[in-house]
Design a protein around this ligand. Structure first.
Ligand SMILES: Cc1cc2nc3c(=O)[nH]c(=O)nc-3n(C[C@H](O)[C@H](O)[C@H](O)COP(=O)(O)OP(=O)(O)OC[C@H]3O[C@@H](n4cnc5c(N)ncnc54)[C@H](O)[C@@H]3O)c2cc1C
Ligand code: SF4
Length: 329
């Protein structure tokens, strides 16, 4: 498959990149590592006339401990740098675990945090060649009018399939954006829109510049569990990030559990609040896992069945909670 024609702009500062995006309007799309966008362009899922390459924006490539104990991470930070960062390994283990499962070593060396957070949603009927999609009459996410997953409706259920977002959601991180109207910050829960077409609350011409993890989330135990078909390279078909802050005797002070790969947006499991103030209790972990499958709603968007993904979600949530509760991970 070949790439469609496009013009490449290579700004060297954030200001220049924003000006280029404003000038080119809807004809332009940003590219960072290109590990997700380039294959999608070959499949004609995106055919931007102009690509604004962010790679020269060195100002967005940083991992920076803040004075209050929080952590700032620039959008151009490579996934490999995130996975190997000593401060991430030590103070935000759930993010380290999630980052090291992204794709493969080569793709982690190219792929960036910004691209990972802004990934397009995925579906068996969408991530296909133009020829394949045309033979089916396309679908409403791109060029068609009908959803092949839920044919009666007018909603796209394509699944958000990034690994770092659930970890960052569990860490209560905020995403930083810059655009023609200046800079702003959103919680990740506000940033993601549970709609396979809309995906994120990013205004036209806006870029993700970085994220900030609050000091209050530092040092929590954390684990990430991921189900995928090819262990060495695949997107998550179901993923669970769990974090917990505990007393020395193992009482849970606070816990958060987030899901990915099963809804159009990564989601927090509200039932994790039940763990607060409790000592280790296997029945309670199972109860929260049971509630989690009301939040995670896998449909026929992947090669794995919804039934199996729901089952694996329940098992992963239970195991993740047990692990953060019992181990000092
Ligand atoms: C075979 C294969 C396996 C993969 N497996 C995984 C996996 O297991 N887990 C996973 O999470 N991902 C996976 N990916 C996807 C991808 O490699 C990673 O998500 C990577 O981090 C994407 O970053 P990037 O910089 O390459 O994004 P790009 O491809 O450059 O961009 C992705 C999207 O984000 C937008 N974008 C990029 N940067 C910004 C920004 N700063 N602001 C606003 N929009 C932006 C682009 O316009 C585009 O729409 C896989 C990809 C492939 C090809
Ligand atoms: S969920 Fe439906 S509309 Fe969305 S990509 Fe899949 S088939 Fe298309």
């Amino acid at each position: 498959m070949t790439l469609p024609d496009f013009e490449l702009l290579r700004p060297t500062s954030l200001e220049e990149a924003l000006a280029a995006l404003e000038r080119c309007g809807p004809d332009a799309q940003v590219i960072a590592g290109g590990t997700d966008l380039i294959p999608s362009m070959k499949q004609r899922l995106f055919t931007p006339r102009v690509l604004v390459d962010l790679k020269r924006l060195r100002e967005l490539d940083y991992i920076c401990s803040e004075e209050d104990g929080g952590l700032g991470i620039g959008a151009l930070t490579k996934i490999s740098a995130l996975a190997e960062s000593p401060v991430v390994v030590e103070r935000f283990p759930v993010l380290h675990e999630a980052a090291k499962t992204v794709a493969s070593p080569l793709l982690r060396n190219l792929g960036t945090l910004g691209g990972n957070l802004c990934l397009d949603t995925r579906c068996l009927y969408y991530n296909q060649s133009e020829f394949w999609r045309a033979s089916l009459g396309y679908c409403l996410k791109k060029d068609g009018t009908r959803c092949h997953v839920a044919p009666g409706g007018q909603f796209c259920w394509a699944a958000f399939s990034g690994d770092t977002a659930p970890a960052l959601l569990a860490l209560d991180a905020r995403v930083q954006l810059a655009g023609p109207r200046g800079a702003r910050e959103l919680s990740l829960a506000e940033f993601y829109v549970n709609d396979g077409v809309v995906r994120v609350a990013k205004a036209p011409g806006e870029l993700v510049t970085g994220i900030r993890i609050p000091a209050a989330s530092a040092g929590w135990c954390g684990v990430y569990k991921k189900y995928r078909i090819r262990q060495s390279i695949d997107y998550p078909l179901a993923g669970v990030a769990a974090v917990m802050r505990k007393t020395t005797d193992g009482t849970c002070l606070e816990a958060r559990v987030a899901l990915t790969g099963v809804n159009p947006a990564p989601k927090l499991v509200n039932a994790a609040v039940l763990l607060r103030g409790r000592r280790y209790d296997a029945t309670l972990a199972e109860e929260v896992a049971h509630e989690a499958i009301r939040t995670g709603k896998p449909l026929r968007t992947s090669a794995s069945t919804p039934e199996y993904r729901r089952h694996i979600l329940r098992v992963f949530v239970r195991r993740a909670i047990e692990q953060v509760w019992r181990n000092g991970h």
